[in-house]
Ligand binder design. Structure first.
Ligand code: NAP
Length: 503
């Protein structure tokens, strides 16, 4: 990045044709602003490494200022009625819907995902704005039966305050709307720190929020390069004005932020990495299971927290499943730049991801795993186009079985029984999502009960929506997003005792 900064950057032509909603400044107190230091960093298209735009490289001082602004805005935003907040959220939803194609174009340029997937993410992410526009008016309290004849017990839900929103690059729109929709509905304000790789989608979304009349200072965006993420993250966890840290990203960074938040006894909402099993039993409809395996593994080139990490296939249907899966990958997966219409799989986000995926596959192969298709970068396309890959003969001891792969690599293992499936599936510190394919009703219920994951899909490979509660257990996170629970995360319960009612 330093090399780019000093020399090459100036000679780059920004090849991207005019994109609407492309903003190249951060957003604080309703204004488009530079970093105090005037530093900038380039946002690259992972398909060809060309610069899309430069954005401010903000540091701790900028973050501190944004937090102060959000704290000030909280004083008035918390006084708005749920009905007002609902109307504003609805306007934001409408604007995102009207501008879906424009945001999708920006998202594909900076994240590499195929345009069709970017559009699907806008639909999915926007459903949270719609949902929380409705939910805002259902954040209610309780009146509790009092043990005293002359006193009444009231429990109110009050907004928690300023929330730090730290998001990853893999779903650069939805990870923001899922949090910001909920916290705005609850009456909170926020400072968003998007990932270094994908700040432009965040800025486009917030541009539309401003057009929807979200008041100044209620949503602020601090853009930073990876170099400044640590110092900015410290402010966003430790500043006394911050009430909650809402983070989506890796378990490793989540642990670090949890530690920083602990110093001030801050609330945390953590959506972290997964290690999802996809279990197929003999009664399953194999064609159907393979259709869903394609979605659960290859969406966003495998760069999804709920993406499958391990296929555990019963020996009775193992060969049939593997053959069918292999054919389907060969027929359906088209690797290439996301802007090309026919493409189903784009590049990985950056060189670090390519190195990680390559390393996991190469190590597994060196220990006896067999590559049925793919297994390497397609260098004719560029440096980050990892081929859709199917691997068999893996062993549970292999790193690829335990580590979150986060790439288009499907790993199959043969199981003999339901109990083996449960113990292998649960043998991980991750506990986000699991997928089970069976037609036996009793087995479906047993698996739902026995799998130690926050979310279990029976006979389906996609489970996320605005209505259910999304989230993990163990090292996959704390708290839930979506559903009414998603908004309640950003509230405190206020107990008021009304005494002297007999006087
Ligand atoms: P990451 O490296 O943890 O980064 C996530 C965010 O945290 C980015 O904005 C990153 O900034 C920032 N960050 C990194 N170090 C920080 C620090 N010390 N202080 C403050 N912020 C810091 O994760 P990622 O690689 O972007 O995303 C992939 C991970 O996210 C995977 O593990 C995936 O499973 C997980 N994920 C989970 C969910 C879920 O709902 N459970 C959803 C999507 C993704 P920089 O970009 O500048 O480094």
């Amino acid at each position: 990045m330093d090399l780019l900064r000093v020399g090459i950057l100036n000679t780059f032509v920004i090849h991207t044709r005019k994109m609407h909603l492309l903003r190249n400044q951060a957003h604080v107190n309703g204004a488009w602003v530079k970093a105090k230091s005037n530093a900038m960093f380039p946002v690259l298209n992972p398909a060809d490494d060309k610069v899309i735009a430069e954005v401010p490289d903000m540091d701790a001082a900028d973050a501190k200022q944004a937090v102060d602004v959000a704290a000030c805005a909280f004083q008035s935003w918390r006084q708005t009625t749920a009905k007002e907040r609902s109307r504003i959220l609805r306007r934001w939803f409408d604007l995102c819907e009207q501008n879906a194609d424009k945001i999708a174009e920006i998202m594909t340029a900076e994240s590499g995902k195929p345009l069709s997937e970017s559009k699907a993410e806008i639909t999915y992410g926007n459903s949270f704005l719609e949902w929380f526009a409705d939910s805002a008016r259902h954040i209610n309290g309780e009146i509790i039966q009092s043990p005293w004849p002359n006193k009444q017990i009231l429990l109110n839900r009050q907004p928690i305050g300023v929330v730090s929103v730290i998001t990853p690059w893999n779903f650069p729109f939805a990870m923001i709307t899922r949090k910001v929709g909920a916290l705005l509905a609850a009456g909170c304000t926020c400072v968003i720190k998007p990932a270094e790789d994908t700040p432009l989608t965040a800025l486009a979304a917030v541009d539309l929020a401003a057009q929807a009349c979200v008041p100044n200072g209620v949503i602020n965006v601090v853009t930073t390069s990876r170099k400044n993420a640590i110092s900015v993250g410290k402010v966003l966890c430790e500043d006394p004005h911050i009430a909650c840290i809402s983070f989506t990203g890796s378990t490793q960074v989540g642990k670090l932020l949890y530690g920083q938040a602990a110093k001030g006894i801050k609330r945390v909402a953590l959506e972290l990495g997964g290690n999802a099993p996809f279990i197929v039993f003999p009664s399953a409809d194999i064609e159907h299971a393979v259709d869903h395996a394609m979605l659960a593994k290859f969406r966003n080139s495998g760069q999804a927290c709920v993406g499958v990490n391990r296929f555990l296939i019963h020996e009775g249907v193992y060969q049939e499943f593997v053959n069918c899966f292999k054919n389907r990958i060969q027929q359906k997966c088209i690797l290439g730049p996301g802007m090309r219409k026919e493409v189903t799989n784009g590049p990985l986000i950056n060189d670090a991801q390519v190195k990680k995926v390559t390393g996991l596959v190469d190590k597994a192969v060196s220990k006896g795993a067999k590559v049925l298709i793919g297994g390497k970068v397609d260098t004719q396309l560029g440096s980050k186009f990892y081929q859709p890959t199917l691997i068999t003969d893996v062993q549970p001891e292999m790193e690829i079985f335990h580590e979150e792969i986060f790439g288009p690599v499907a790993v199959c293992y043969k199981i003999k029984s339901e109990s083996e499936a449960v113990s292998l599936a649960n043998d991980t510190r991750g506990g986000l999502s699991a997928y089970v394919f069976t037609k036996e009703l009793g087995q479906a219920f047993r698996m739902s009960k026995n799998l130690e994951f926050g979310m279990v899909a029976i006979n389906d490979g996609i489970l996320s929506a605005a209505e259910p509660a999304f989230g993990g257990i163990k090292e996959s996170g704390i708290g839930r997003e979506g559903s009414l629970h998603g908004a309640l995360e950003y509230t405190d319960i206020k107990y008021t005792l009304m005494s002297g009612l007999d006087k």
